[in-house]
Design a binder for this molecule. Structure first.
Ligand code: LLP
Length: 403
């Protein structure tokens, strides 16, 4: 819920912008860090969800590690205070340059996604006279019951090493003189809301796979179950902190932890989604032949999730609470300004009667929002504004007071 005192301050800021509630982020991160200690599960924040420096610094400050998928993410994580020994590096296509930099930085582990990658990392480590810590990402063939674009753990997906290569992998690791094998990594998908069903299946499947490797003589000191915990997009205020404890318990109870083994999780969305809101304004109200349109100044280039995945984000009119008679409701198709028919925030959304200049909130936008923005139509990037720095927010304007 956005504090009305903040809404008055938003009036002064040029839209669109990403607003981050740093109090909620702090609370979320503290909850996660204390559960990590309680259950003895290491947490690495999936940096790809949001790379704003202040957000990364807050997360790093709580002792949580980082899960990165590019050399630039590794560099950013280091700059923002994550120790190298707490950074893992995943991704199916790491370039030689990225591998080299991460080797030099001495990261916790490369999560390797193919035998070819293990081979190349070993060769590069040997060439530079270094040792590489390597975990193998396994494709466990589990249906995460989520959108097909964010499902990663099925045989048809490009991620992870497939079952038929397990024996060859053990053999290869035995021949890699510059690799220290650290363990196995899994990640089955994102925005998983059937927490108990899906993650208990993952925990059991991981258990079977680890037994298979142990029988082959491989010692698995670390098991990383990946990320994927879903959040409530429909009603972000009902559960602002994701059900982390449910997730931790499901993993702990479905998996038989071996003595001395360390377990890891990699949440991204569930850490940062609810603290972020895309703030926009109504530019125009248009009455179409069959519907009413609210045209906002934020578009699909600012937040592509609705256009790309048909994702739902709750939309609120923040200005209406300051108006008398704001209870009158109207159904709108809320759209953006980009020249694409898919630039739609929501169809038939019931909202208070809205007028030009109204501030609109597109909720749960902290994860995979700003990081996936583009400059399509040569539009500007929406900047970040933090709740504890509102006074210094950029771009003060007063157009709407004059027109
Ligand atoms: N670990 C790995 C290896 C991953 O690939 C991901 C996300 C995560 C952890 C974090 O997953 P999370 O906890 O955030 O679900 N752009 C999409 C989401 C793509 C997720 C990619 N991988 C969206 O906007 O829904």
């Amino acid at each position: 819920m956005i504090d009305p005192a903040f809404i008055e301050k938003f009036e002064q800021i040029a839209t669109p912008f990403y607003y981050y509630d740093m109090e909620l982020l702090g609370h979320t991160v503290d909850t996660l860090a204390s559960l990590s200690r309680k259950y003895g599960i290491d947490v690495h924040y999936a940096v790809k969800a949001n790379v704003e420096r202040r957000i990364l610094e807050t997360i790093a400050g709580s002792g949580i590690g980082a899960d990165c998928v590019s050399g630039n993410e590794v560099r950013r994580a280091l700059e923002c205070g994550f120790p190298a020994g707490r950074i893992v590096f995943a991704g199916v296509g790491k370039s030689d340059r990225e591998i080299h930099e991460a080797l030099n930085a001495g990261i916790e582990a490369f999560n390797c996604e193919s035998l070819h990658e293990i081979y190349v990392i070993n060769a590069m480590a040997a060439a530079f006279g270094l040792r590489a810590r390597v975990a193998a990402r396994i494709n466990p063939n589990i249906d995460a019951h989520t959108h097909k674009y964010v499902t990663t753990g099925l045989f048809e997906n490009k991620f992870g090493i497939a079952r038929h290569e397990f024996d060859a992998m053990v053999d290869l690791l035995g021949r890699c003189g510059n690799i220290d094998f650290t363990g196995l990594h899994f990640h089955i998908g994102s925005q998983i809301t059937e927490v108990r069903d899906v993650f208990s299946l993952e925990a059991r499947r991981v258990d079977e796979i680890i037994s298979y490797f142990e029988d082959k003589g491989l010692k698995v000191d670390n098991v990383d179950f990946g990320g994927g915990l879903g959040i409530d997009y429909e009603d972000p205020d009902s559960c602002p902190v994701a059900p982390f404890e449910d997730w931790f318990r499901t993993i702990i109870s479905g998996y038989r932890r071996r003595p001395g083994q360390r377990l890891h999780l990699e949440p991204g969305r569930s850490v940062v989604a609810q603290c972020g809101t895309l703030i926009s304004r109504v530019l125009f109200v248009k009455s179409g032949e069959t519907k009413n349109f609210l045209i906002l100044d934020a578009g699909m280039n600012d937040l592509i999730r609705p256009a790309l995945y048909g994702a739902y984000h709750k939309i609120e009119n923040l200005s209406s609470c300051f108006r008398k008679g704001f209870s009158e409701m109207q159904a709108y198709d809320v759209v953006g300004p980009v020249c694409e028919s898919s630039d739609v925030w929501g169809q038939g959304r019931l909202l208070p009667l809205s007028v030009r200049g109204d501030l609109m909130a597109i909720r749960s936008a902290g994860a995979y929002g700003q990081v996936m923005a583009s400059r399509y139509n040569l539009r500007d990037f929406a900047p970040a504004v933090f709740s504890d720095e509102l006074e210094n927010a950029p771009h003060f304007i007063d157009y709407f007071k004059r027109l």
